[in-house]
Design a protein around this ligand. Sequence first.
Ligand code: AKB
Length: 357
Amino acid sequence: MHEAPTMDRQQGNGTKSDRRTAVLVTGAGGEMGYGLIHALARAEENLAIVGFDLKGLPDEVADCCTETVAGDVRDQALLEGLAERYSFGRIYHLAAMLSSSAELAPDRAYQVNVGGTRNLLNIAVDERDATGRSPMVLFPSTIAVYGIPTLEAKHAAGVITEDAFLEPRTMYGCNKLAAEHLGRYYANHHRQVEEGPTGSIDFRSIRFPGLISAETLPTGGTTDYGPEMLHAAARNEPYDCFVREDTRLPFMTMPEAIDSIITLGNAPRSSLGRTAYNVRSFAPSALEIHAALRTHFPALTVGFTPHPGRQMIVDGWPADVDDTAARNDWGWTPTHSLESALEKYLIPGVKARYAGS
Ligand code: AKB
């Protein structure tokens, strides 16, 4: 027997009025949120920004926001309540549990990383129903969507393109790839039965490599050894690195990551041939990071004590990624090599941060 199709969620009814136009940033209190919110506020005076984070926001981020919300992206009712008051033409959905944390709490990670993303996509679809315009959802994805079966295969693969090795080996990678697919579905196929193949939203994502900031430290990631080594050096402390010396991964600085999100957001949709793009700036081994840091902090000592679980994770991630599609479609170009990143941004930044401590 065929059942009549049923709606599993109330659709927006297009009657929302008197809402203030704003951008929504989830994960606003995280590393990327910190940089992105400042960049958005700098780029557009009077831009209304709603900063959403599980833990609330530090003052220097909250000061750039029209409203801050302490809440969980799993809470659909809370998000819907916000969308009753704001018309979100653009959503930066940054909130996520990172790879090492997600591996330790896979159920929660699934709910946050996939369920939370689905909730945000629903908010975007409601916005489209209310206004007739497709809101943009910008989503930081990750090199964790790749899963290379062995170290030998990783060495043989070298620089990989977006469509290779999409068999993630972590909960986080599975979650992010699922979220990318949901975004692509909502962008290109949602409501195809009722409306034809147009899609409801404008979904854009970037697969970020390891990110290094002079201002902040990440928590719960597996590329964290890069930024941790830098900050330990600046604090004049020894560092015990949790991956092998020969571990090679792509990285970039946080300001480059923020620039890439803003540049992708400004690109005409017609120039985008895909919904998920690789970006990278440099791809050093852990030992090469150590060596480059020692030219600035000669006293730095680093031990290498690989953590078996975390080593297994990074061994499945690519040594480098091919960013040709991002270069061609929306003009991505990295600013830095490892050396220039250190000289021009990271070293002055961490020295300023720890001065006097
Ligand atoms: C992590 O290590 O989990 C993140 C990532 C690669 O997405 N930095």
